[in-house]
Design a protein around this ligand. Sequence first.
Ligand code: BES
Ligand code: MN
Ligand code: ZN
Length: 496
Amino acid sequence: MNFSLSSTAITATKTDCLVIGLPEKGEWPASTKAADDALGGLITQLEKTGDLAGKNAAVNTLPLVDQPWQRVIVIGTGKDADRTAASYRKCLAAMVGALKDGPSGSVLIAISDTGFSGDAASTSEDAKLNLIGRILEDQLYTFTDFKSEQPAARKLKKVVVQASDTDKALKNALNLGLATGRGMNYTKDLGNTPPNICHPVWLAEQAQAMAKDNDCIQTEILDEKQMEELGMNTILAVGKGSKQPPRLIVMEYRGGNANDKPYVLVGKGITFDTGGISLKPGEGMDEMKYDMGGSASVFGTMKVIAETQPKINVVAVIAAAENMPDGGASRPGDIVTTLSGMTVEILNTDAEGRLVLCDALTYVKKFDPAAVVDMATLTGACIIALGNQATGLLSNNDELANELLAAGERTGDRAWRLPLWEEYQSQLDSNFADMANIGGRPAGTITAGCFLSRFAKEYRWAHLDIAGTAWNSGKAKGATGRPVPLLVNYLMTHAG
Ligand code: BES
Ligand code: MN
Ligand code: ZN
């Protein structure tokens, strides 16, 4: 797909399709007025007859003859008072839905002049172009690698986005949005890849491929032997029931000054979670291929970083293992010494995410991080608490937590903070080791966060529980690409 930005008059742009926004009552944006003039008042007339009502995210395609455009797609943008970033995103998704398998080979998108309420960071032209870019890539995504019959090639080849100017700032905004969408799509690809292919060594190969394609990315892979020498025994304990060996995957991007502390991203990379000896029920277990969603979002974010090359240092660490039950698997009751030296009683082998993450959190101390953010499909309890809308956020630092929450708000990839109060910690008491790996049914997301917090004392740290947000179930089953938009937005606010 070819994407570009244009600021020439829309009537001077010949294209198969023009997209404009139509408010429900209220003042029309300039592009809509210009299109209406060029079409001899067609939109005005159709509004009068009630054919076009402007209800938010309503899509109407008007075929035309003898015009600069063969058709115009009118996207309803709702009432002025109701228009928000969220309703605008809905419009954009509806627009791409109408375009993606439609008859147009080229399109001019002229809806960045639709305004909505909110702060400057979300309503500026930059922010809108970023959103348009991201939603275009995100909504054009398909995953058909494993279908023997491939769908017919799309007609749509050329997308031009209308803006007030084509200066560097606006171009960068569109490009960052497009890159973010592509990063999300990479995250989705990794998640959707079946678990007989996507195993820890395969994930490590993805990192090596990224380093090969991008000179700015360095990678280091630790195998079981190296992890054993270091004492990363909890990652090993999770992986030892599987024929697929675990890996610790490190990717480094150094775009900032040599002495700038790096932002460290840590991802849970359980390529399949059966629960281990504490076996999960069978129903829906296929979705546990998405238990590497945290690591997939780290990969997707690194892809955006590699493409846009911001002035910042970023280190990515992925703890990859497969949680399987066999004669070599960890048992409930096993006690393991973590890389930190603290001991853990594994009371439930299905609470494996925190076990792989705790060693990774200890490992990243060596990077002297500015902040550490870990991403994990960690607890079913997070879905009970927040459903599929918000990512769970736990942090030992208010400033970092607020920055991540704000990045979530700006992008619509939202998170919600849960408390990490000291009072919850005692739920992890063990009679035999320094701690247990489970804290009982109450506050399951918080006690998982409490467990991780014990390994993250020496730096500013936040944990994102993406159990409810990394993938969709049911008919639309598939990875979502979250929380890549949140992470990219957060990192970019720290780029020089
Ligand atoms: N990967 C799961 C969490 C999960 C379950 C995410 C369902 C999304 C959907 C995690 O490893 C797990 O099994 N957690 C247990 C923890 C419990 C044993 C304390 C859970 O949530 O049941
Ligand atoms: Mn589990
Ligand atoms: Zn898991």
